[in-house]
Design a protein. Structure first.
Length: 171
């Protein structure tokens, strides 16, 4: 089985993915971590040194590499991954089940405010601009996210409730 979790940054994809991987005894892969290891630098460093265009190119390359592997896995994508190149087509045409991890703007802004230094796209934004940025971005990206084969709304749900819902959807 292959499972791909997609959604906006800070929606909880990695946390949920790690939890599901424990419950299903499957390998967990965070695409950003995978890219960092392969490139031998953090995502923030890649953005600073090589730029977003370079990052999006290698992101697509590594996504394809993972999706084409023979292994079972749970893969957590970066928030923009499905929106660039032909990444959403790669996901939809793979053997993987795709799940949109959906969180509300208020939740996303709260989480992003707490971890701005780890998020290159929002690191330089003033807090009062973050709500507008997230709302606009989410509107632009929703088209891609909603192509996933399943959607899980995470608002007001515990990690246990979310992982149980995903397990039910998968089986």
């Amino acid at each position: 089985m292959k499972i791909v979790l997609l959604g906006y940054m800070a929606s909880g994809k990695s946390t949920i993915g790690r939890e599901i991987s424990k419950k299903l005894d499957m390998k967990f892969i965070d695409l950003d971590d995978y890219i960092s290891k392969r490139e031998k630098r953090s995502i923030s460093e890649i953005f600073k040194v090589k730029g977003e265009i370079y990052f999006r190119r290698i992101e697509s390359l590594y996504l394809s590499e993972i999706l084409n592997s023979k292994d079972s896995f749970i893969l957590s994508l970066g928030g923009g991954t499905p929106c660039y190149s032909n990444n959403m087509d790669l996901i939809l045409n793979s053997e993987a089940a795709s799940i949109y991890v959906k969180a509300g703007i208020k939740t996303l802004v709260s989480r992003l405010t707490a971890e701005k230094n780890k998020r290159p796209l929002v690191a330089e934004l003033e807090d009062d601009k973050l709500v507008e940025f997230v709302a606009k971005h989410l509107f632009e990206r929703r088209f891609f996210y909603e192509q996933a084969s399943m959607t899980v709304n995470t608002e007001d749900k515990s990690l246990e409730e979310i992982t149980t819902e995903i397990r039910i959807l998968l089986y």
